[in-house]
Each structure stands twice: as C-alpha cells, then as structure tokens.
Design a binder for this molecule. Sequence first.
Ligand code: UDP
Length: 331
Amino acid sequence: MQNILITGGAGYIGSHICLKLQENGYRPVVFDNLSNGHRDAVSPDVPFIHADIRDSAALNKAFDDFKPAAVIHMAALIEAGASMVEPARFYEVNTAGALNLLEAMRHNGCKHIVFSSTAAVYGNRDEGLLSETLEVRAENPYGRSKAMVETMLRDYADIYGFHAIALRYFNAAGADPEGRTGERHDPETHLIPLILQTASGQRDHIKIFGTDYDTPDGTCIRDYIHVDDLASAHVKALAHVIASENAAFDAVNIGTGEGCSVKEIIELCKEITGQDFGVIEDARRPGDPAKLVANPAKAQDMFGWWADYPSPRQIIAHAWAYHQKNMAKTR
Ligand code: UDP
C-alpha cells in the first residue's frame, strides 16, 4: 500500500481526502500543525504528525519514516479577506511554506505532488467560464500566494523533473454524504456554514457582502463544489501523477461549471432548512471578485473527473445534516 503524505490533512477538505484515500487503497499520513485543523477529524488509524510545513527537520523525518509515494499539499491559510489585512502571513505560510516542502521532497527523492490551488488565481474577469489557459491575475494576496506556488511547481517540473498538478478549487462546501466529517472552521468565514449557523439560531443574521456587483441580482457569483467531489478529484489527480514518471506541471480547475449568487444560496438555505432568518445587506468585502465559475473540462479530459453532486441543493443538504448532528462542534 502506498503512503501519501497529506499536509493539512486534519482540515475540512483534508479530512475528506483522507477518507477517500483509504477507500481507494492508499495510506494517508497526515502532517498538520492543527492551527485550523482538528485532531479528531482524522481517524485514529491514520498516522498523524503534529508539525508545521516550515519545519524542515520534521518534514525530513516524515519522508524518512514513511517514504511517501506522493504528497498532497493542502496546509495553508485560506481566508482571502484576512490576506488583505496581513499579506505577510500568507506569503510566509502559503508560499515560503510550500517552498520548504518542495525542497524536502527534492532532497528525499519524492517528485509527485498534488497541490491545493484556488480559483482566486483568476481574479476579476469578464470572461464567462474560466479556463486554465487564462493568464493568472489574482486580486488578493491569498490568490497571489497560491499563484506563486504554481510558478514554483512549473519550475520544479521543468528543471527538477517533478510531476505536479495544481487543483484550482472553486468554492468547496458541503459535508461527507455519510456524515463522518464536515466543515468546522473557527472563526467561520465561509458563506454556507455561516448561513447554516444563522438558520440554527447560533447567529442573529447573515450579512451579504456587496449588492452592487455587475451580476443579475447584484451579489457575487461562485461555483460551489461538493467537498466529496473535491476529495475524489484529489485521488484521481494523485493516481495520474503517480502513474507517470514524466515531468509535467498542470493547473486544473475543480468546479461544476454552474454559478450561484449569494442571494440564491441564502434562499436555497432557507428552503432546505425550513428556517427564516435575518439577512443584512452590507458593503463589499475587499478583494472579492464578482464572479468565479469554472470550465471543468480539463479535469475530465486529463484524469476522468467530474462532479457527482453538482447541485447546490445537495451540497447544502449534506452540510445541514452534518451541522445539525454536530451543532456543538460547528459552533
Ligand atoms: N459572503 C457573504 N457573507 C458572508 C460570507 C461570504 O456575502 O458572511 C460572500 C462573499 O463575499 C463571496 C461569497 O459569499 O462573494 C463566498 O464567500 P466565501 O468566503 O464562502 O468564499 P470565497 O469565495 O471568498 O472563497
């Protein structure tokens, strides 16, 4: 059985990927500093290294101890809004941290990597569906901190022979369809979990950040992707990079191709939860592009992935089921 080192494996998306790796015959080895992740999000039978990606000695020991066939690199700071206030932290953790990991991989002869990138690398565009052929033009330091890692991966592929795929996530949401794990950020900043907290009375109201965007209802449009589909995309991308010793770098969108506005998401949440709640129209959040919707064709062509749960209804229903079952944890 192949070991897969998964940095950030105790996080929201990482914990879903661990389940998916196990279901597909891989052995995940989690490397996580628990700055945002939760120890109990990872099954006790998964090896767990409590360490930081900026710690080279800990990384080298992990490569020595587990000889991973590949790395899934997820460990990162994720809030675009926070990156507009403290960009240095994002470059330090997301960019310098990734370089540290790539160096540990190089020194330990591990050249296969799947990297968590983001649709934020596209920034604000007028194009309809976003394709990977568009030039990168991130709007905020978060997006730029990830775009820089993509650039490094391209060089590590060209010059050091790495085989790397950067998955550009659109908006991850939802929870494991079987309810085993779900979203638990503290503090929570993402739209769907915040709405569900409001629906269950944990918050007074939900704020809409900006109603004057150039979109049909004036609120931002995003492509919401079920976390279970996102986890499957990692396993497929991983199999693809491991299968070939050829050096290559590819950036690949992981989205559904369908957009949904903030107002539409709020209405769907009201319908699915059966709850009415306060909605406040507020100012724009700095750094938010008006519309981010994927052209997901490349993922299908390259490694046969497409979304099994493309509907925001299913995403919200699974998130709501997890939220209700784990109210204390998701608070
Ligand atoms: N959003 C909002 N109110 C909130 C949180 C988010 O209106 O309390 C909006 C945000 O401005 C963006 C969309 O919801 O347009 C998705 O934001 P989220 O933070 O979930 O993900 P992002 O797109 O920033 O990765």
